[in-house]
Design a protein around this ligand. Structure first.
Ligand code: RFL
Ligand code: PHB
Length: 390
């Protein structure tokens, strides 16, 4: 088999790159280790920046997003039993975010790929990437028990944090930066109307809580939990009781209980690999960096990586210029580090850190009190939340 761009991973970054390349007439094949249904069963992100929406439009997959997505022009930060609203358009010259689940983005991209001739090989096992330091990279994998070889011009490593792309790079050629947080998020998805029509990020002495949604009839809630907590120990009723305890009274009163249709615990981590390009292998999305979900940046960063990578590949094929390719890593990392900073700041400002002293806790409250009283501080939050320019 041969293709121009081999894409490892059919998550949002791999599918978005594939769709843009196909529309630009650049041949690509996606190798995904799971089934399509498994990929769709992962409940993850919910908030899209305007730039991400723009890319989905460019990829021709935004019709349902515009019909069903919810445009949000603000969110609440609550602390000390009060709430501060961040007015997104008012503070950012009219920008907003769109609430539309990652599952739906993935489904739209998969449907579009199915109607094009582009090939996706699901359940590709033992993917190994070789010779990416030459102009003819080769990928070995097994499909339905048969060993296969895929030759290509470029490899896009869109295979998430645990995928083989980053691990193919010699240890000395890559530098990794990491922060692991001493807690995780217990998330519940339920078919009940959201407690508030806007997202609520709550700082509370019992720990952080987030009220989010997927639609006007489906809520997504999270509470901060210790890393040794087990999902089995959290009945729905225990979850809702804990959620309400961490919210201001007026918002807690709006929480409607209903059976969870998904419940899971995700650890929080910050991670960046440098660089993101090794010869003809590129890392994009979670393969190259992870943010804690507090800033709603993971999926959006995956989209901005794809913006830079797609432009670089088009430039290569259209003009035989390697300028974009050579610049990919540095360009992407500049935006990534700013999103890392914002996600780290939101995490440290809103969570309860078990090792914090009384002094640290008072500083956290002072930071939130300042945010609530300062247009400049609120503007900085709004500007980052809607997404920094590409
Ligand atoms: P993905 O989605 O992990 O997809 C990678 C794909 O690669 C496949 N793969 C392999 N394929 C072939 N061979 C192998 N050996 C392979 N190993 C792995 C995997 O099966 C998978 O299909 O990475 P991608 O595409 O870079 O997308 C990144 C996003 O999924 C992620 O950043 C976001 O979900 C993060 N995130 C959020 N981001 C936002 O922008 N806004 C949010 O509101 C938001 N909320 C969240 C989140 C992530 C969360 N969790 C669970 C980590 C909330 C949560 C709780
Ligand atoms: C979500 O809806 O899953 C969500 C929303 C905002 C975040 C993180 C997750 O910051």
């Amino acid at each position: 088999m041969r293709t121009q761009v081999a894409i490892i991973g059919a998550g949002p970054s791999g599918l978005l790159l594939g769709q843009l390349l196909t529309r630009a007439g650049i041949d690509n094949i996606i190798l995904e280790q799971r089934t399509g249904d498994y990929v769709l069963s992962r409940i993850r992100a919910g908030v899209l920046e305007q730039g991400t929406v723009g890319m989905l439009e460019e990829a021709g997959v935004a019709d349902r997003l515009h019909r069903e997505g919810l445009v949000h022009d603000g969110f609440l930060i609550s602390f000390a039993n009060r709430s501060h609203r961040i007015d997104l358009p008012g503070l950012t010259n009219g920008k907003t975010v769109t609430v539309y689940g990652q599952t739906e983005v993935t489904r739209d991209l998969m449907d579009a790929r199915a109607t094009s001739n582009a090939q996706t090989i699901y359940e590709a096992e033992n993917v190994e990437i070789h010779d990416f330091d030459t102009t003819n990279p080769v990928i070995h994998f097994t499909h339905q028990g048969v060993a296969q070889t895929l030759e290509c011009d470029f490899v896009a490593g869109c295979d998430g944090y645990h995928g083989p792309s980053r691990k193919s790079v010699p240890v000395g050629a890559i530098k990794e930066f990491e922060r692991v947080y001493p807690f995780g998020w217990l998330g519940v998805l339920a078919d009940v109307p959201p407690a508030s029509h806007e997202l609520v990020y709550a700082n509370h002495e019992r720990g952080f809580a987030l009220c989010s949604m997927r639609s006007l009839t489906r809520s997504r809630y999270y509470v901060q939990v210790a890393l040794d907590e087990k999902v089995e120990d959290w009945s729905d009723s225990r979850f809702y009781t804990e959620l309400r305890a961490r919210l201001p009274e007026d918002i807690a009163a709006g929480v409607v209980e209903g059976p969870s249709i998904e419940k899971s615990i995700a650890p929080l981590r910050s991670f960046v690999a440098e660089p993101l390009r090794f010869g003809r292998l590129f890392l994009a999305g979670d393969a190259g960096h992870i943010v804690p979900p507090t800033g709603a940046k993971g999926l959006n960063l995956a989209a901005s990586d794809i913006r830079y990578l797609f432009d670089a590949l088009v430039e290569y094929y259209a003009e035989k210029s390697e300028a974009g390719i050579n610049d990919y890593s540095a360009r992407a990392l500049r935006r990534i580090w700013k999103a890392e900073r914002f996600s780290w700041w939101m995490t440290k400002t809103l969570h309860h850190f078990p090792a914090d002293s009384g002094f640290d806790q008072r500083i956290q409250l002072a930071e939130l009190d300042y945010l609530a009283s300062s247009v400049a501080a609120s503007t900085a939050v709004a500007e980052n939340y809607v997404g920094l320019p590409y």
